[in-house]
Design a protein around this ligand. Sequence first.
Ligand SMILES: *Cc1c(COP(=O)(O)O)cnc(C)c1O
Length: 397
Amino acid sequence: MGKRTYGKEYGFQTRAVHTGNDVDGETGAIKRPITVGNSYELPYDPSDLNWSSAGKSLYTRNGGSNQKYLQEKLASLENGEDCVVLASGVAALSGLFFALLKSGDHVIFSSVTYIAVYRLFNELLNNKFNIETTIVDTTDPGNVKKAIKPNTKLIHIETPGNPTLMISDIAEIAKIAHKNNALLSVDNTFASPFNQRPIDIGADFVIESLTKYINGHGDALGGAIIGKTEYLDIIRQQSQINLGGIISPFNAWLIMRGSVTLPLRMRQHNQNAQQVAEYLEKLDCVRFVAYPGLASHKGHAAAKKQMVPGFGGVLSFGLKADHDTHNRFVSYLKVITSAVSLGHDESLIVFLGENDERQYLYPEEFHGGFFRFSVGIEDIEDIIGDIEQALEKTGLL
Ligand SMILES: *Cc1c(COP(=O)(O)O)cnc(C)c1O
């Protein structure tokens, strides 16, 4: 790494701008280039090379330069020792689980997680690989303690949880994990490292879907695992090299570029989501609002402890209205787009109907159908104005 590497002595914003970037040695350009060539020149005698090595420049699936630059930045922003970037957030999650777990191990995971985590633990890893799994309401660390078994290897939590925004206390759950020789992984996608740094408060691993806030522009997929090299080397071998979950150089470059403005965007997301949540909470036609920044949120105290500058850009809410009125409301929106994903520059909303198979794991108020709303960085007057005019058209305002 060259002279312009920025270490921990610099602030978060300085590292978001500079870490992982350097002057290009060949052209003198002040931004490193995208390297799309997928193969590298071999030494005079290649016969004793290990073709599965992640250490040498050999072939892009063994490690690409744009991937490595991004890994350097993300390890720094999360205050972790090392990072592996893969093709998507789900590749990062499965990469961690496959690296750590073997048949006979037990896993505890949050009752509200990204759907693929539920599939992996509730269908694939348990049925196919004989891994014991327990779904726990981790909003109460006492429930985690009760679920521990002698073979518990991993506790995986998502906080805030997608889509209910439930909050789990990272520091408390880390203590329980470590007292029982288990490891703790935290899906930090909703908060991003700007708002929450789980490794600082005891987590062993952080997962980020880079697709969301870290890229922030809705134009690339990627995922990262941050943690200790001794574990991450296993993920490089398995999920990157032998299972093929490598990120493309172009996506790594896009995410590197997007991540430069993460602190600026997050400040605006935090501020806009707080204002939208407060606005919605005052309306008679709103059935409930779930946002960790509201004093009325069940997890507000825990969130205040571990989400320092703010509470992120995602909230959920429901209307005092039937199924079709929820859909009509969305159809009247002009600024806010109906689409999945979150953490983009633009506001995105998705209606999650009443027949979600995991509904039984959600709090009561979520049973009537609800919206997950990823509040963008547009002018707050335009976001609230859009909601207002759409509610008026439904006849609810
Ligand atoms: C989107 C998301 C993921 C999955 O990320 P992909 O990049 O879509 O694979 C994982 N966890 C959370 C909390 C997410 O929101």
